[in-house]
Design a protein. Structure first.
Ligand code: ZN
Length: 291
């Protein structure tokens, strides 16, 4: 812990917490936030807490007790959060333990401009209905999460391939703005094994219109990973999986031009850079004393 420099964001004194609670110390790393980049949060000297949560930009996430007695959490700044200043609050029920005003600065992830025959832009009524069913199924999967943390230790990559589609890149198709890339595309050959990035449970396995064969893993407490365009799935819905377990094989199903793996991570509804998440999860595991 001591090797990395925590940036002291705020020393919160008596202003926001009752005097009996003492002064909680809140630290956030990195200090300046960016859309899509997760930050690590540490809160010390909170006294006894049972349900401490952090709230930011209209969403809430839980905190965990570290091996040093401090509380740790991840601030998963969603890719869609607009640059500006936001209040980070640490609460235990209705009691505020600490707060800090944090800046989110703009980050340019680049733009991809594609021109396609306009006829490929239009979906048939059947395709549109399929897509709408996918959206509902994915939403339902993201609403089913285990109350406990199912993972231990840092997350790993699902496979080794080079990034061919970076996280966050905007895409303009025939000049029309589409949603930015919410995950990473990893180069891989058809049939290559895909491994679970952390322990969890299969909450969705489905043939989707855009994403092809798709697996969603729930890692508990609203943390999910998702794997798209598979040629085969080697797990069943509801199945528990271990970190590193082969869950499927790379393919080119859905609307893609060739085989690759699209992989993404969501935490409490926030879309974060999966590679940034992997990095940060290792540090979090260290703080939590995960074996
Ligand atoms: Zn992708």
């Amino acid at each position: 812990m001591s090797v990395w420099s925590w940036a002291v964001v705020v020393l919160l004194a008596c202003l926001l917490a009752p005097p009996s609670a003492g002064a909680a110390v809140l630290l956030v790393q990195p200090q300046t936030l960016e859309p899509g980049q997760p930050a690590l949060v540490r809160v010390c000297r909170t006294g006894k807490t049972s349900h401490a949560r952090l709230s930011f930009a209209g969403r809430e996430w839980r905190l965990w007790r570290g091996s040093d007695g401090c509380l740790y959490g991840v601030l998963p700044v969603d890719l869609g959060v607009r640059p500006g200043h936001y209040l980070l609050r640490i609460k235990d029920g209705s009691r505020q333990l600490a707060a800090a005003r944090l800046a989110v600065r703009a980050r340019d992830y680049g733009v991809r401009r594609i021109t396609v025959d306009p006829k490929f832009m239009e979906l048939t009524p059947e395709q549109l209905a399929w897509y709408k069913r996918d959206v509902a199924a994915i939403k339902a999967a993201y609403a089913r999460t285990a109350a406990q943390r199912l993972w231990r230790g840092g997350f790993r990559r699902p496979l080794g391939g080079k990034v061919v589609g970076p996280f966050g890149r905007r895409s303009l198709i025939n000049g029309q703005e589409r949603s930015p890339h919410g995950g990473v595309d990893l180069r891989a050959k058809k049939g290559e094994p895909i491994r679970a990035v952390a322990a969890g449970r299969v909450v969705m396995l489905r043939d989707t219109f855009f994403g092809g064969k798709m697996i969603i893993l729930d890692h508990g407490q609203a943390l999910y990973s998702r794997y798209l365009h598979l040629s085969a799935a080697l797990v069943r819905p509801g199945q528990k999986v271990a970190r590193g377990q082969v869950i499927g094989r790379v393919g080119a199903t859905g609307r893609v031009t060739g085989p690759h793996l699209h992989f993404d991570v969501r935490f409490g509804g926030a879309r974060v850079d999966p590679l940034g998440w992997i990095k940060l999860s290792g540090r979090l595991a260290e703080m939590l004393g995960d074996k």
